[in-house]
Design a protein around this ligand. Structure first.
Ligand SMILES: Nc1ncnc2c1ncn2[C@@H]1O[C@H](COP(=O)(O)OP(=O)(O)OP(=O)(O)O)[C@@H](O)[C@H]1O
Ligand SMILES: [Mg+2]
Length: 274
């Protein structure tokens, strides 16, 4: 039961079911088989689980990009809908190929009707944050995968959304830059707060960043377990990795994942694990 003094959840999922009918397939794929989840305001939540367990589908439902077959989703008390209050970092970067880096970052600000002066300021600020100021006039085709991913991150942050949905945002970034980006994201979030739902295949990254880690299982996708992360803030990767709480939670998560893989060798946790 929820504590009566606790604030209502920012995102609330009740019995969410979603199936997809693929063309030519006999039966629909059960992507999510009844997901219940409350995300508190100002919570940083990581989502881990094998490939195909419905992580991306869950984010798209939270953004109103797809509708559930059954169950209910409320975001700040209302039906979710795409808009500037919700930032989305897609698993594929989805940059506009004919627009420059700066134009890509400016795009959601334009849609939100941000005044041109503030728009220019935000674009400069967030490009600097992701280390791409010098590439403001470059086109996506001229960038590496990691750079594209950083543009997508700057674009999602630029509207300063209260809810940030991030689908493996660091998966194609090299290891060193990834650690820097993890610390940057932590720093930004610790300053601004808001809800972050962060999908990753890296158990370490999930624990390092989040207040709460949700472990999902496949066929159909569902929540297997949730863990509170008892690590202090402000957090920095180098300090946190050395702490016993980090090692304990990491070991616990790996034990559950190992069980999952042993009981279902077809589950694909390791596809892109980091
Ligand atoms: N638009 C779609 N049409 C048909 N099937 C879909 C669609 N979107 C997702 N699925 C199916 O739903 C299931 C869950 O997919 P989803 O992309 O949410 O998984 P995921 O956990 O994000 O996987 P990954 O870790 O590989 O990104 C998969 O079996 C997938 O094939
Ligand atoms: Mg996915």
């Amino acid at each position: 039961m929820r504590d009566a003094s606790a604030p209502p959840p920012a995102i609330e999922l009740r019995g969410v079911v979603k199936a997809f009918q693929r063309k030519g397939a006999a039966a629909p794929v059960a992507a999510l088989g009844g997901v219940d989840l409350d995300i508190a305001p100002d919570q940083f939540l990581s989502l881990v689980g094998p490939s195909g367990c419905g992580k991306t589908t869950l984010l798209r439902l939270m953004n109103g990009l797809v509708l559930p077959d059954a169950g209910a989703i409320r975001v700040n008390g209302a039906a979710p809908r795409p808009g500037p209050e919700t930032g989305f970092v897609f698993q594929s970067f989805r940059l506009i190929p004919w627009a420059t880096v700066a134009e890509n970052v400016a795009f959601p600000l334009e849609v939100a009707g941000t005044a041109p002066a503030l728009r220019t300021e935000r674009v400069a600020q967030y490009l600097e944050l992701v280390g791409l100021s010098r590439f403001a006039d470059a086109y996506p085709a001229e960038l590496s995968g990691g750079m594209k991913q950083r543009v997508a991150l700057a674009r999602a942050l630029a509207t300063e959304p209260r809810i940030l949905l991030m689908d493996e945002p660091f998966a194609s970034i090299d290891a060193q830059t990834r650690e820097l980006m993890q610390d940057e994201l932590t720093r930004i979030w610790e300053r601004r707060r808001g809800v972050v739902v962060f999908v990753t295949h890296s158990v370490d990254e999930a624990v390092l960043l989040a207040d709460r880690v949700v472990l999902m299982g496949p066929r159909p996708g569902r929540v297997l377990a949730t863990y509170d992360v008892a690590l202090p803030r402000p957090r920095r990767g180098v300090d946190v990795r050395a702490r016993p709480e980090f090692a304990e939670l990491r070991a616990e998560l790996w034990a559950r994942i190992r069980e999952m893989v042993i009981s279902d060798p077809g589950s694909d946790f390791f596809r892109r694990s980091g």
